[in-house]
Design a binder for this molecule. Structure first.
Ligand code: GLP
Length: 241
């Protein structure tokens, strides 16, 4: 594991974008595993800026996102598909047919999950998986639980995640209660993992994930077993490390 410490959010975003850019430059047809949430917004903005300067080419890149809310369409401003279009895909020369997000409108969970697992394997596997981390140590939407879930599955979001996500919605009632998410096995199968965390609210989760016992109660703790893990975090998130 390598940990890079950034001064603040902007510094962390630039460092993470540098690492992702290196992946794209070294392998122009890279498969990128992407994440949503507020953490990667700055990194995506930096990638767009470098693309506009002519330093990056996404024409051969494929992306697979970690997760999507169940029950909302890609046109819904709160969907992760919408987020990805707005923050990244609409501004770069990526072929949108090669950008994958679980189908939130598929009501049949088994079907939605099986299809997404098939999508992931058709890509040939993720070269670099970007991850944020939840305050309870969740990755994607793999919430603390009794066991590590392996592949894409439908989850009931925890109270704390629903509360944390409520800031993006008009009211608590509108926050979806379920989501489709890649499983731990999907995430761990990535050749490289880039975990990004900023802010003091993430400090405890980050400490437990990187140095605590490996347990499904802290889903990100499994990352200790990954052979190519890079962490980029700011001073606040690294406060207790
Ligand atoms: C959501 C996403 C995660 C993300 C987490 C943290 O639950 N499903 O992928 O890592 O939020 O979000 P933020 O970066 O906004 O703190």
């Amino acid at each position: 594991m390598i940990i890079y410490k950034g001064k603040d959010y902007q510094d962390v975003s630039r460092k993470a974008a540098n690492i992702m850019s290196a992946q794209i430059i070294m392998k122009p047809d890279a498969v990128l595993g992407l994440a949503t949430g507020s953490t990667p917004v700055g990194m995506y903005a930096q990638l767009v800026e470098w693309y506009k300067k002519g330093d990056l080419d996404f024409s051969q890149v494929t992306t697979v996102n970690l997760d999507e809310y169940k029950g909302i369409s890609g046109d819904n401003e709160q969907s992760y598909r919408y987020f990805m279009n707005k923050n990244l895909f609409d501004h770069i020369n990526i072929d949108k047919n090669k950008t994958f997000v679980p189908d939130g409108l598929e009501e049949n969970s088994d079907k939605a999950c099986a299809e997404y697992n098939a999508v992931i394997s058709r890509t040939g596997g993720v070269d670099m998986q970007l991850l944020g981390i939840g305050e309870n140590g969740h990755i994607g939407f793999n919430e603390p639980g009794a066991a590590f879930e392996k592949e894409t599955h439908c989850v009931d979001l925890t109270e704390s995640t629903i509360r944390a996500n409520a800031r993006f919605f008009d009211s608590m009632d509108e926050v979806p209660k379920q989501a489709y998410t890649m499983g731990i096995k999907n995430i761990m199968a990535a050749r490289k993992i880039l975990l990004v965390a900023t802010g003091v609210a993430k400090a405890e989760a980050l400490y437990k994930s990187l140095y605590g016992p490996i347990t499904p109660n802290v889903p990100a703790s499994i990352l200790q077993l990954h052979l190519d893990l890079t962490v980029v975090a700011d001073e606040a998130a690294l406060a207790v490390i």
